[in-house]
Design a protein around this ligand. Sequence first.
Ligand SMILES: Nc1ncnc2c1ncn2[C@@H]1O[C@H](COP(=O)(O)OP(=O)(O)OP(=O)(O)O)[C@@H](O)[C@H]1O
Length: 816
Amino acid sequence: MAELKSPPSHPPTTVTVRRNPPRRARPTPSQAPIPISLLSTPSTSSKTVPSFPIDDILAIDVPKTELESENLKVFLRIRPQSIPQAPNKKGGVSKNVWPQSKQTVKSKIKKTIEVCLKENDEHSVTLCPPQSMQDQKRTKTEVYEGFSHVFSADSSQDDVFDKMVNPIVEDFIKGKSGMLAALGPSGSGKTHTIFGTARQPGMIPLALRRIFSATEEHGAQSSRTFYLSMFEICSERGRTERMIDLFNDGVDICLQQSTIKGLHESTICDVQQAEALIAQGMLKRATAMTNSNSQSSRSQCIINIRCETCGDVNASSNSALLTIVDLAGAEREKKTGNQGHRLLESNFINNTSMVFGLCLRSLLEHQKNRKKPMQKHFKNSLLTRYLRDYLEGKKRMALILTVKSGEEDYLDASFLLRQASPFMKIKFTNSEESTELIGNKRQYQPFLKADQQKKMKMSTIDSSAVDKFKSIMDRNFFGDSKTLITMKKVNEVDDTTFLAKSPETFKSKVGESTFVNDNINAATKNRLTQTMQGFAIAAWQVLKQYKGKLKVAEKEICCLKQSLTEEKARSEKLAMELAHIKSSFLCEKIVSTDKIETKKEVCRENGLDESAESDYQSVDTHEKSPVHIPFAIIFLIMAHVAGVSSVNLSESEVIVNNQNTDSTAMIILKPLYLTNWEGLYTFAENLEILESKNDSDQNVTDNLLLEDSANSVQPIVSISDDSSPLKMLDETTISTNVPEIAVKVLPSPKPPTADKPKRRLQPASSMLLKNLTGLDIGDEDEKPKGARGSKRNTGLDLTRKTQGSLSLLRLLKNNV
Ligand SMILES: Nc1ncnc2c1ncn2[C@@H]1O[C@H](COP(=O)(O)OP(=O)(O)OP(=O)(O)O)[C@@H](O)[C@H]1O
């Protein structure tokens, strides 16, 4: 061993370098027992980890309003029937652009104003088919209800604003994003509602007024910046879609993954400036004269008002977006009479409207049945791609449906109401907070463009600036809690932007940014609090879900435990039964052999035919059936026939008294013994044995044991004469002296003399034939009674008895 351990004296001639040395398996972490000090409850040690207060957390009442889902608000506005035609530039009333059929002209001339759409109350309307269409099968009066509000024809723009737009604007001022879209057939008043006129300003001017007035109210408390952008989506020769920035001389912009690249946002400082910008944009918007509308919109127009807040305590977000969409109205070719290029535009407009509707329908179906996936209809148009978050229910929106109530507009109104009224069942979850940042990031990528360009100059950045910033962050954010850098500054120096800044810029920015000791920025704090609240709510919900799951699992475990116990008990019972069956089976085997031997012995001793042995065997092997009354009756008859003078039949024993032989026998029987023909047969035979013993005038005490295979308790037939006391073998005697399941007649102390002729059994049961006249058992040996009967009575009786016994045995055998 010492030799082996000692290093080789000479270096080996070849050296094998093992490239992949064998890896050592990591030692399995030893599961050291947890120190008792840790397990023991409230430890004085300060290092003891307190248990997670899950119950306390779950007990917290989360304000439901935060999480409650909100239905999509659908408003309906009915356009007034008669609108004074606006004079055209030449001073006359505008004419139709396209030639109209004579019929249309006629109908317009004779037009009596028939109203199809009637306002029932603030939330429902009734649409009646015009008289000209009432004969048609598919037209019927329809009631549409559940609208957030129905604006009648005489409602003003202010009414609409107050009830519909003002809540959205208020939320916007508080920092929540929202969207309002106007839907409806061409000429129904969408553009009028959204933009209005100089006399009747629409929703956008009114919203801007409200926004700026609110800002003035807040005054110095907040510093907000508003941005305005306006663009349209139109078709290019009816083939492709095109996005045009309406503020930037109609420059093309593009949408990349819900982000509009190149969209110009104008900062707005007051209402006048904003209105002027919008008016400018409207001039650039694609409109055309159609038969439905003298100034029909040929594009989908989107206006965004964005608010960046800094220092507003009430604002929930530092950037909110208010989007207002004026969709081009769906058009009927027959009605508009569009041709050529206009017709292509019409197709585009109708297609976009249809996709918009399909998105909402898909969202509704998905909300009804969560298993149904949301179809990606939004991919089919630029507008829906841009508004994806709204159309997928991630952000709040409201719809205003505009309709005309005239006779000609019945079909348009019916179509719109049928399609859009179910949208009011759509639900929006107020998960805006979580999507806010993502949404803003997506939509305002253009603003980061400049920063991205700067990012290219990364190589010039001094790394010390980064370190400095980090140290500041550490100190302010994680070290001294009283000092916080404003979120705006954080945003400015985030991974993307910060790296783009040179050290000088950074220093200046840091210098500018106020590190406010003991004066925490309220907005930042508010935002952080809200973020944490959101996180806490989410965590709370997850915990709640898990608690629910845990409860279910615990219940299941309980059920399983219970069933396990039951199964165990059952299996034990079965095992016991099996053991019992096994033991009885073994016992039977032993006993049956003993029984045969015993029987043979008995037969030999009594000079009986050994063929009876087979009968005993059959008795044992056969199954006993329940006790039958007829057997009991036959048993009594047989006993009577056997000359039994008195019979005491109890549950398990029969005491018979034979007058003829002056013998008394107590037969202890299990009821089963008298349950079938076999039992009866055996009983009859035993009676024969009994009789033969009595006939031979032997002073014997015979004990006859019969086995009941179903029970271990042995039925005993104990026979004794008058002189000897009635004897019954007790169980101990049976178990010790006699084989359990044997039929045994104990030999008499005085064995029969050898010279005395053996007698055939003289069963008393043969008397049965004599006494039972009603029973036709067809005994061929029976002879009619004669006059000599009295003298030869004994011999004849004896013969008859024997014959009757045989007949009875035969009858019983046949039945067995
Ligand atoms: N509530 C209203 N009160 C007064 N005039 C209205 C009202 N609604 C619509 N109008 C007038 O009806 C005409 C058509 O309205 P508007 O252009 O808004 O329809 P539209 O739905 O935008 O049509 P399109 O989809 O073709 O652009 C306009 O002259 C407008 O001033």
